[in-house]
Design a binder for this molecule. Structure first.
Ligand code: HEM
Length: 125
């Protein structure tokens, strides 16, 4: 097993991860039913996002947090998202970049969770 080396490795990771997300009952509902995500747009966008984080490329120019504000995300959804992400990385890659991707995912998930909490999104749990 090797490390994440280039955009083609990122593409494999992103596609494998969102395959798992779509099969997950709870997360699949948010992406496919609630948000009705256009996967032909979302997957390349997520490849660009991870390419920026891991290889300092500059194709991704979005501001990801605001896209999550209108979604019916509960606190526990972040642990499931992260669990699936870590499982997918570990199934395909091993090394510094793979480790860094998991760490960044954890940090971003934690920051999104706090920011949603500050917006009063988790009042019921
Ligand atoms: C419970 C957890 C999460 C859920 C349910 C979720 C769901 C979504 C959905 C539905 C979209 C909109 C897709 C579209 O319509 O194009 C989106 C966009 C996005 N998400 Fe998440 N997300 C979660 C966590 C995360 C985390 C932890 C990260 C970062 C590590 C992340 C990064 C992004 C990015 C970069 C976009 C694209 C924003 C843009 O540029 O338009 N998400 N997410």
């Amino acid at each position: 097993m090797h490390d994440i080396r280039n955009d083609s490795d990122i593409k494999k990771l992103v596609h494998a991860f969102y395959d798992r997300v779509q099969k997950d009952e709870r997360l699949g509902y948010i992406f496919n039913d609630y948000a009705d995500v256009d996967w032909d747009m979302h997957l390349p966008n997520m490849v660009d996002f991870w390419s920026k984080l891991l290889f300092q490329t500059s194709r991704y120019k979005g501001r990801p947090f605001r896209q999550h504000l209108p979604l019916p995300i509960e606190k526990d959804d972040f642990s499931q998202w992260l669990h699936l992400f870590e499982k997918t990385v570990d199934a395909h890659y091993h090394g510094e970049k793979a480790q860094y991707a998991k760490e960044m995912a954890g940090k971003i998930a934690a920051s999104f969770s706090v920011r949603l909490e500050m917006e009063g999104k988790f009042e019921n749990n």
